[in-house]
Design a protein around this ligand. Sequence first.
Ligand SMILES: C[S@@+](CC[C@H](N)C(=O)[O-])C[C@H]1O[C@@H](n2cnc3c(N)ncnc32)[C@H](O)[C@@H]1O
Length: 280
Amino acid sequence: MKLAELIAQTGEHEAVIQVLCHLLEAERTNVFLVKDFSDSVVKKTIEIINEYKKGIPLAYLLGNTYFYNRKFIVTPDVLVPRHDTEVLVELAEKKIIADSLIGNENSPYRILDLCCGSGVIGISLTYLCNWLHERHHDLTYEVVSADCSAAALEVATKNAALHNADITFVLSNLFEDVHGKFDLIVCNPPYVRTEDIGVEDKWVLKEPRIALDGGIDGLYFYRRILATAKEHLRTNGMIIFEIGYDQASALEQIAQKNGYHGVRVYKDLANRDRVVTIRV
Ligand SMILES: C[S@@+](CC[C@H](N)C(=O)[O-])C[C@H]1O[C@@H](n2cnc3c(N)ncnc32)[C@H](O)[C@@H]1O
């Protein structure tokens, strides 16, 4: 069967391409070059797409997804990493590079990925840290990733092994069991308003509620984290949060109320507010 026929038969475009990439272990462009897919590939693709249409995220059906151009293991114990979160990683990379260039005297430079889920943020940052360390051996880095879900940490640990990432994982209710101060805290906390969960997207209902539910106004975790984050940040430290598209001004208020400065808001590729950086 041809790709166009498979797409027409299933009524799904992007999902079909992702399934084919997975089944054939092929790059996207190579999938487009296949003239005819074998009966067994067509059968398997249709089976997976049928499950997907019932509301099961594709990443759970395939067991993995791509984040920041790298492949990560994903199970129903973790949130499916979103491309929007890559904006946070880019900003974190800029902060790490800037600090490294001005000769940050803290060694190791400490990074905390709070609410780490599958571990994608912290693991992505280790690539840059290793690159910088290879070029300047006096620059050393420590990445700590924390989550309150033991099941999520199990997935994150597997992802760290897959990417050869040296990360210290901590089972912790926010900062409770996280020790020491950090130069950078990155955090994509649960921030969906309780009543909004699954409203726009049925697949979200299969993700762990604990990864999504940000309380009545979605801001519960920002309030809790900003109440104590200062104690966990070194001088010149920064916290970078992912936020909901309509939460920027509320975040600025919470930050100011807790005595933080230099709050800046950044947009995602869809031009919606997506990340805030906050300085001590
Ligand atoms: C939105 S997900 C983010 C996962 C991952 N960082 C990402 O960007 O794909 C939020 C994560 O926060 C974790 N979490 C929820 N409540 C927490 C708490 N009190 N302490 C630590 N982690 C918590 C959830 O288990 C979940 O993994």
